[in-house]
Write a protein that binds this ligand. Structure first.
Ligand SMILES: *[C@@H]1O[C@H](CO)[C@@H](O)[C@H](O)[C@H]1NC(C)=O
Length: 197
């Protein structure tokens, strides 16, 4: 009897866990960096890890240089290697501009980007700063397609570092917690940086 009761309790517990997990994976509920400050964020960042969306995405040597213009608008010059048409490897140069749709959540931006060559794509994505300390690390997140339950069906995230060689262990642990919060723990791959782009 003890065994069945324990098993039943365990099953109830598991069901509850499953429920809370999916509830907290609702994209709208993800916390972003509070009072995000574009000025402190500006400057060079190097991609360390990424979680790819479906389709074409930057492969490696990812870097982004953010600048703030006189009107306070943030723009970026992003580089990274891509393979086009399945075989043509190029260093892609992209330009992006950022807007803040809701001033009460400055960490939830929208990014409009253009390839600086005709064969590169243009478009727009959400650009959420999940977390950053401005001096060492940043985690950016974009969900492109939502499921009916509000969780993410297709999207990407990048872990950026000020230092292309990596991040100290304490920050790596913090980043793992954030990857868990956005429900993509274990789905990130390292971004190689040879400084070639
Ligand atoms: C980043 O952009 C700024 C402004 O255009 C420029 O002055 C700076 O040299 C750039 N940094 C790097 C590392 O390219």
């Amino acid at each position: 009897m003890g065994y069945t009761a324990t098993l039943a309790r365990l099953l109830v517990l598991l069901a509850c866990l499953a429920q809370t997990t999916s509830a907290s994976c609702v994209v709208d509920s993800f916390p972003v960096k509070q009072d995000f400050d574009t000025r402190r964020y500006s400057g060079m960042w190097y991609g360390l890890q990424k979680r790819d969306p479906e389709g074409l995405f930057l492969q490696d040597n990812i870097s982004a240089n953010y600048t703030i213009d006189d009107d306070g608008v943030m723009t970026a010059h992003t580089k990274g290697r891509v393979t086009l048409f399945g075989f043509w490897v190029v260093c892609a140069d992209m330009a992006a501009q950022y807007t803040v749709p809701d001033p009460s959540t400055p960490g939830k931006m929208f990014m409009t980007y253009q390839g600086l060559a005709s064969y590169l794509s243009s478009g727009g994505d959400n650009y959420w700063i999940i977390d950053t300390d401005y001096d060492n690390y940043a985690i950016t997140y974009a969900c492109r397609v939502l499921k009916e339950d509000g969780t993410c069906d297709d999207g990407y995230a990048v872990v950026f570092s000020r230092n292309p060689r990596g991040l100290p262990p304490a920050i790596q642990r913090l980043i793992r917690r954030k990857q868990e919060e956005i429900c993509w723990l274990g789905q990130f791959q390292p971004v190689l940086q040879s400084g070639a782009c």
